[in-house]
Design a protein around this ligand. Structure first.
Ligand code: ADP
Ligand code: ZN
Ligand code: ZN
Length: 735
């Protein structure tokens, strides 16, 4: 072998997508040294897989003749540059999730499959310099038109699409022009460029202060909590902070809960931002996703608006991070690599020395605690923008009141009055379908899911029973499945039933129902939202899809039907989530000139938490609830992790977790409590039995130390082969 191929790294460490917490060594035969963050094809067992280079090695701990060689190098430069590699390695250690899986999940699917890195190109044409004779209009009409377009454009290249719009035969006209040297063809990258068509309003003093604080800290790590009541103009603050960041040549990352649900938000950014603006979300197809990912990762995109996984995208010029609705549960990935996008964003901002803004009207308790202890600077927006006043919340006691389809007479009266006055009303119930239970009046049996410990929901319009946990369906039976009786009752309420009841009570107005069922068809959500915004639908009924960031100018009344469920939820976060949801839904009322009213139906009007929320607001509510968390040694005052296990039988997960528990306790890590194993609150889901083990610690480092014992060979534990298991660090719920 010649000396020139003697590069210093004959071996390479590769991250491969497997459940093993290991990197794998391979031989490296290329003359150039391996580049961390590039993709390679490697043999793995009997398969060939795409992995990611982590490190070039001068020597391997394994004998060279035992190592296999990298089969193919797929990239010349790092797809995952150093900074993102280091954040992802950190995440792999923090979440105790296998490094190979973490690195691969950061790539869009097509790149994970080994597709070449290719930014979309477009064909462009321009006239060459020099004297040309224009094609004759009579003999070659199309050639003449093509020429005319190019001549008018001067030096500016013209896109193929322009000619395609002129005639489907444009290529046969273009060809002779190119052959004669009149026109030159080229290709150029497709850079979606957005031009602002609108400027913002004059900021109110609090907005101004927030913008100044954030923009002054461009270039240094500064976390902010932008704590603004609903409708206070938080989005306006993001937009104003964006301008100076772009002017400095920086990229801005904006994480939002669900873009597909809030098309208004995306359109607002399009109207206001000049530059390359791209979005990243699950409703895109794989090609679009890869394109936008590459535009971001290669530094072409100036502003990236995305859902959770956009936090994993490389951004070489990152200068500002915004997390809108930071309390939203969708920021947490709930399977596989279970990361919290807010927490990863914080790590990225720190690494990048850039400001990060967490915006919300209802901060998560973690964030509130970080603001209280001074880790985050709180920027309050206490008044609504424009002349909008805050809505007035009140409890509607429904004990011993006549109820029609779950709604009290006083609620109907209120809706009637608001409609009469020409306004819109919104009715919120966080259940879709017609009724959550189908009950037999004779034997008391409910129609249950055959694969889950759950009742089937009745969907009346489609005449189906549907399980909202696993998705299984069957027709609504005519008779009880247990005893054959025909005395079946549909018990409880969902959006479908409430919408039907309102249609009957108010036959003259249009009712728009907005939930996952009514918006499944492409474009259906947009149609419903347009009807809600324009006011052509006067009554809106919906689930939490209606709570998220929408601006319906004509809504003056918001009715919340099932607030009590959150009061007695089984999870430690139920109360926090109830408070957030009520305030967010309430925030849809009275966003313009007319005062908003919010009526909350309850059978617990004396409940102190509900009362505090309604009369003293979210912050006072959170303070009390946080005290309870402290007493119970729960987050944010303690650190928890959940080890989950599931199998087709009920015994294996419990036996496996007993083994896990033993390993965690031997020897015990001081002040880490291991609780369980216990069957999950809903033990059977989708035909599998689930159990869990809770770890609780007052120091993060100790929790980490304890969990680290689980990343080395658990395969020897009893029932490990039968069980699927996972670690969830900082779980959002204990289900
Ligand atoms: P949030 O994000 O806090 O819900 P938005 O930024 O959507 O609030 O603002 C609510 C409404 O108030 C929007 O219609 C917005 O255009 C308007 N708005 C925001 N800031 C101002 C301002 N300074 N002056 C007038 N209107 C404003
Ligand atoms: Zn029966
Ligand atoms: Zn089910």
């Amino acid at each position: 072998m010649s000396a020139s191929t003697d590069q210093p790294f004959p071996f390479v460490q590769v991250a491969v997508p497997t459940p093993l917490h290991l990197l794998f060594d391979y031989r490296w035969r290329n003359p150039e040294p391996p580049v961390p963050g590039t993709r390679v094809k490697v043999p793995f067992g009997r398969r060939s897989v795409i992995g990611i280079v982590v490190l070039g090695l001068a020597e391997s701990a394994y004998p060279a003749n035992k190592l296999r060689a990298v089969t193919e190098v797929l990239d010349d430069e790092a797809l995952l540059p150093e900074d993102i590699m280091s954040v992802l390695s950190w995440a792999s250690r923090y979440y105790h999730h296998p490094i190979g899986d973490v690195l691969c999940s950061a790539l869009p699917v097509m790149l994970r499959q080994g597709k070449p890195v290719a930014l979309a190109q477009r064909e462009i044409f321009r006239l060459t310099t020099g004297e040309h004779v224009a094609p004759s209009e009579k003999k070659a009409a199309l050639q003449h038109s093509v020429y005319a377009v190019l001549q008018e454009a001067g030096d500016q290249p013209i896109d193929a699409s322009t000619f395609a719009a002129m005639s489907p035969r444009w290529r046969s006209a273009m060809k002779p022009l190119i052959e004669r040297g009149v026109v030159e063809a080229d290709s150029s990258m497709v850079l979606p460029r957005n031009n602002a068509v609108e400027t913002g309003p004059v900021l109110v003093p609090e907005q101004q202060l927030a913008v100044e604080a954030i923009t002054e800290s461009l270039g240094s790590f500064s976390p902010y909590l932008l704590h603004g009541v609903t409708g206070s103009g938080k989005t306006e603050v993001y937009l104003r902070c964006l301008e100076p960041a772009l002017a400095k040549g920086q990229q801005v990352l904006i994480l939002v809960p669900e873009i597909a649900l809030t098309p208004q938000l995306m359109r607002r950014f399009q109207r206001r931002v000049s530059g390359c603006l791209v979005s990243l979300h699950s409703a895109m197809n794989a090609t679009e996703r890869m394109q936008n990912w590459l535009l971001a990762a290669k530094g072409h995109a100036d502003v990236v608006i995305g859902t959770r996984s956009a936090v994993l995208v490389p951004l070489p010029r990152l200068g500002l991070v915004v997390i809108d609705e930071e309390h939203d549960g969708s920021l947490k990935q709930q399977d596989g690599f279970r990361y919290h996008a807010r927490d990863l964003a914080m790590v990225r901002a720190r690494d990048r020395s850039c400001p990060i803004v967490l915006g919300t009207a209802t901060p998560s308790f973690e964030t509130l605690n970080n603001a209280t202890t001074g880790r985050y600077v709180e920027l309050p927006l206490t008044v609504r923008a424009g002349d909008a006043k805050p809505p007035i919340l009140s409890l509607l006691d429904i004990r011993r009141r006549p109820l029609i389809e779950g709604m009290s007479d006083r609620l109907f009266d209120a809706i009637g009055q608001h409609l009469e006055a020409g306004n819109q009303a919104l009715v919120f119930i966080n259940r879709r379908g017609f009724a959550p239970t189908l009950l037999c009046n004779d034997c008391g049996a409910c129609a249950d899911c055959r694969r889950c410990d759950a009742h089937m929901t009745v969907h009346a319009k489609r005449s189906r029973l549907r399980c909202h946990h696993c998705g299984s369906e069957r027709p609504v039976p005519d008779a009880c499945e247990s005893c054959g009786s025909e005395e079946l009752d549909r018990v409880g309420y969902g959006t479908e039933r409430i919408a039907a009841a309102l249609e009957e009570a108010f036959p003259d107005v249009t009712v728009a129902r907005i939930d996952r069922d009514s918006t499944r068809k492409k474009g259906a959500l947009q149609t419903q939202l347009d009807a809600a915004t324009s006011g052509s639908a006067r009554l809106l009924v919906g689930t939490q899809m209606l709570a998220k960031g929408h601006h319906f100018p004509g809504v003056t009344l918001v009715c919340i039907l099932d607030a009590d469920r959150g009061l007695f939820g089984t999870d430690f976060r139920s109360l926090e989530q109830m408070g957030q949801l009520i305030i967010q839904v309430a925030g849809r009322a009275g966003r313009e000139l007319k005062q908003g009213t919010v009526l909350i139906q309850t059978r617990n009007p004396d409940n102190p938490m509900l009362q505090t929320l309604v009369s003293d607001g979210y912050q006072a509510f959170a303070k009390i609830a946080l005290d309870d968390r402290r007493l119970a040694a729960l987050p944010p005052y303690a650190f928890v992790a959940l080890v989950r296990a599931e199998a087709p039988d009920a015994e294996s997960p419990m036996r496996f977790l007993r083994g896990v528990s033993e390993r965690l306790l031997n020897p015990p890590v001081p002040s880490v409590y291991v609780l369980g194993p216990v069957p999950a609150p809903m033990e059977r889901l989708g035909g599998r039995y689930r159990a869990q083990l809770l770890l609780q610690a007052d120091r993060r480092s100790l929790l980490n130390e304890c969990l680290a014992r689980l990343t080395v060979n658990l395969g020897t534990l009893k029932d490990a082969q039968k069980t699927r298991w996972s670690i969830d660090v900082d779980p959002v719920d204990l289900f």
